[in-house]
Write a protein that binds this ligand. Structure first.
Ligand code: URA
Length: 209
């Protein structure tokens, strides 16, 4: 079935529950074939702040929840230090299925390609329309590409609240797994501090009445 045919058959989900179910039977790209399950977004139905990551990792794929693995632990620490309660935030990913390649018995993360990001933007857009967050935080380049519908250079725009083409506002920052990949302690500290600054800008904006 072509993407167009699928689109014609699909009903647009009108609740987060319906969205979760629809995401789990998604065939818009091939990633569903290799993943355990789709990992839907989680959080309050009308959270003022929505965090969008790239895609589920190995742990998220197995558990069915976003940001529960190593990157999630970095994110949790940063949220706590930025005084953002994760329970009040809607946490999701730009791509809902885990893309990976096998290296022996290990499943190694593989970056989603532009077609996969575009296919999954359908769900992300519905998710944003349902939750209507005051601010979306795009964690990394994949999320930023999904939200802004174009390639984004993180360092050119990070930490600023910008209008989104299909409505609302978004702020771009790094993905927490970037911090895990840095080798030098000094670089980690500098990048982590800047990540906290970005999250604080996001908190201030999302808590404005
Ligand atoms: N990385 C992501 O982008 N999302 C997750 O849920 C986990 C790791």
């Amino acid at each position: 079935m072509s993407l167009f045919e699928q689109q014609l058959r699909e009903e647009t989900p009108r609740s987060l529950k319906a969205l979760r179910e629809a995401e789990n039977s998604c065939r818009r790209c091939n990633l569903y074939k290799f993943a355990t399950q789709a990992v839907p977004g989680e959080g309050p139905a009308h959270a003022p702040l929505m965090l969008i990551g790239e895609q589920p990792g190995n742990d998220e794929d197995l558990e069915g929840h976003p940001f529960v693995g190593p990157a999630g632990r970095v994110l949790d620490k940063a949220l706590q230090e930025a005084k953002i309660d994760r329970k009040q935030v809607f946490v999701t990913n730009a791509v809902k299925h885990f893309k990976h390649e096998m290296r022996g018995k290990r499943r190694l993360h593989k970056r989603p390609d532009p077609g996969e990001i575009e296919a999954c933007r359908w769900w992300s857009k519905i998710e944003r329309e349902l939750v209507k967050p005051k601010l979306v935080v795009a964690l990394g380049a994949t999320a930023a590409r999904s939200v802004f519908e174009r390639v984004i250079t993180i360092n050119k725009v990070r930490g600023r609240v910008l209008p989104v083409p299909d409505g609302g506002n978004a702020l771009v920052t790094i993905h927490p797994s970037y911090l895990l990949r840095l080798q030098e302690e000094r670089d980690k500290e500098r990048e982590y501090a800047q990540f906290l600054d970005d999250l604080e800008v996001a908190r201030a904006f999302a808590s404005r009445s």
